[in-house]
Each structure stands twice: as C-alpha cells, then as structure tokens.
Ligand binder design. Structure first.
Ligand code: GGG
Length: 358
C-alpha cells in the first residue's frame, strides 16, 4: 500500500469547513480503495496566525511544506487583514516557491446542478482552463512613490518570460492533444498590450508547428468572456495568463452554478516540489462559521490531487460519488438552492463512495 504525506492548510473562513470535508472524504476513498493511504498534518496558518504573530505562516513554513507529497489548502482572507497581505503572505509564496506554474481549473457543469444559462446543460459546459501561475500580472513587480501626496504614483508591472510563457502554452498543447476534441484557445489582448501579449501570441504561433493535430484559435480576453456565456460548447482547452485565467475561471465558476463547485490544482509538472490543491472559492466571510458552505469544490480539488498522485482510478471514483449526489439533487447547500449543511453534503458523498465500493 502506498501512503502519501499531505500538508493541510485550512486557512480562513469557509476554507476551514470545506477542507475538513475533503480530508474526511479522502479517508473514505482510502477505505473503499484498499491500496491507498494518507497521513494528514494540519497547519493553522492564515489570517488568525497573522493577527497573532504578524505573519501568515512561520518563517520556516515553506521549508516545512517542501517535504510533503502534496498540499491541501482551504482559503485565505479575513475582513481585518488586507487581501494583498493574506494573498502575498501565504498563497502566492507557495505557488511561486514550489514553481507550481500550472493552475488547472476545470469548468464543467456537474450532473443535476442547475446552471445559469438557459438551454445549456452538462454536455455544453466542459472546458479545462490552464492559468499561468507564477508570473505575468502576479509577478509582484512594481512600487509606489510620493505616497499620500497629490502626485502619488503606483506602478504594477507584468512579467512575461520566454520560459514562463512557453511552458504554460506547451502544457496547453499537450493537454489539448490528449482530449478527444484536440482544440486549444489562447487568451490574449494583443490589440491593446503591444509588448507582453504580442510576445505571448508569437510564442503561441511558434509552438503550433509542433502540434499539427491541435486546432488553435485565439481570442481577446473580453471577447472570450462573452463567448464563455454565449457559446461555452465551442470551448475545449483554454490557456491564459495569470490574471486573465483568474478572472475567466470565476466566470467559469458562475457557469458551473456556484463558486462553491470549481476546484483548482496548482501543479509543478516537474514534480520537484509538492503541488497544491484548493477550491477556487475564497474564505467567504459572510457565511463563515455557519456550516453551510458548499464542500464540493474542496472535495473535487482532492480528486484532482488523487489524479496528480497517479491514482486516476480513485479520482474518478470520487467524482462519480460527487455526481451521484449532485445528480440526485436531494442534498444541496444553499448556494445551489438547497437547505443542507456542509457536513450533510460531505456525508452524502461519502455514503455514495461506500455504496460504489460495496
Ligand atoms: N481557495 C483559495 C483562495 O482563498 N482564493 C481566493 C483568491 O483570491 N485567490 C486568488 C488567486 O487564486 O489568485
């Protein structure tokens, strides 16, 4: 039996509840599967830690995480801590230090979930978004001068390196060619951004020759945002820069019926470092502590972790259990129009897993 060491960082708000459901569900996957084990170590880092110590995680936090097979993260953010402090204190250092340069975000309407688009069902919404995850608009390059004067200046620069752009686009081509439709869309804005996005488009064109079997298109990000709504069925694999990918996948979450559903995998494809799995949703302070957050995004993220660790069979088993529950439509949290609690949805998924394994 193979046992994996998982670092669990629940973080803040609803992340604490939803990641707990993901951990319990992974334990059930192990029971049902028989050939798989996990040890979970929890680290209570996040905004509470920041308010107590002035740091989102201890100084040796990244060294501690480096030894794990994978990281499960909940969410970061708390009303009295500025969002840029929490993001740059925990989430972004993990993504950058561990070179998790791929952020994989499926946009798929699950069985039985009422999506917001009239006449579009699960057969129409099945997109995989790949977001560049270590540079671009999130490079963290810039500064402020003449602060709090009337000639204050703030500069936030984007950074697009050949290595960074080529590796994320190549990942897009590789993924597209493994999917039945073999279609890749690149997100650009090269009409307005004449340096970084023109460069992005050039690298996209250069790689096309190596993947003749992949059908390629590119859209400006604004046009693509509209296409997500008007013709989601025309999209297969979408690859974009850090910020464009972030924005489009929140739109994708809305297409999936709720931001409580989409998962996110921060992957180092070289496997030199642990990869990190998290729900797309944030800490949602408005519903934190009420026990009503949807745990599906965190549980789906756990299924992506199983896939990444090479246990696609277990990952599929878990997603079948999730869709058995969404498809039946009886146990739903309020974001999907139901009255069930976080724990009740988690229990229903675990019951479906046990039933599938019986
Ligand atoms: N689940 C992780 C989380 O808290 N996400 C909130 C957020 O603002 N994320 C920004 C990002 O993914 O770049």
């Amino acid at each position: 039996m193979r046992t994996y060491r998982i670092a669990v960082v629940p973080g803040d708000g609803i992340g604490i509840d939803t990641v707990d459901q993901a951990v319990q569900t992974l334990e059930t996957v192990c029971e049902v599967h028989g050939g798989l084990g996990f040890t979970f170590d929890r680290y209570p880092w996040g905004c509470r830690h920041y308010l107590e110590t002035g740091e989102m995680m201890p100084k040796d936090g990244l060294t501690i995480l480096a030894d794990y097979d994978a990281i499960l993260l909940g969410a970061v953010g708390f009303p009295t801590v500025p969002d840029h402090v929490s993001l740059w204190g925990l989430l972004l250092p993990i993504r950058k230090t561990f070179d998790q340069y791929i952020n994989l975000r499926p946009v798929r309407l699950l069985a039985g979930v009422p999506g917001p688009l009239r006449d579009k069902g699960p057969e129409d919404i099945d997109i995989v978004c790949i977001r560049e995850n270590t540079e671009g608009e999130y490079a963290g390059v810039g500064g402020r001068v003449h602060v709090h004067t009337d000639h204050e200046v703030a500069i936030q620069s984007t950074v697009f390196t050949r290595l960074g752009v080529e590796r994320v686009l190549r990942y897009g081509f590789e993924l597209a060619r493994k999917r039945p439709r073999k279609e890749l869309v690149s997100v650009t804005k090269s009409n307005a951004m004449q340096y970084n996005m023109v460069f992005w488009d050039e690298v996209f064109r250069e790689l096309q020759g190596e993947y003749p079997e992949v059908t390629c298109r590119q859209y400006h990000v604004d046009a693509l945002a509209a296409r997500f709504i008007t013709a989601p069925e025309s999209l297969d694999v979408v690859v974009g820069s850090n910020l464009f990918g972030d924005i489009l996948t929140d739109l994708g979450g809305a297409l999936q019926g709720s931001l409580g559903i989409p998962p996110s995998a921060n992957i180092d494809p070289t496997r030199r470092h642990p990869s990190m799995f998290e729900p797309v949703h944030g800490s949602a302070p408005d519903i934190a502590g009420q026990g009503i957050a949807n745990p599906i995004a965190a549980i789906w993220a756990a299924s992506m972790m199983l896939d990444h660790l090479g246990h696609e069979d277990a990952g599929s088993l878990l997603m079948e259990a999730v869709e058995a529950v969404t498809g039946a439509g009886e146990v739903r949290t309020p974001d999907l129009g139901g009255r069930s609690t976080t724990a009740e949805v988690g229990d229903a998924i675990r019951a479906a897993l046990r039933a599938a394994g019986a």
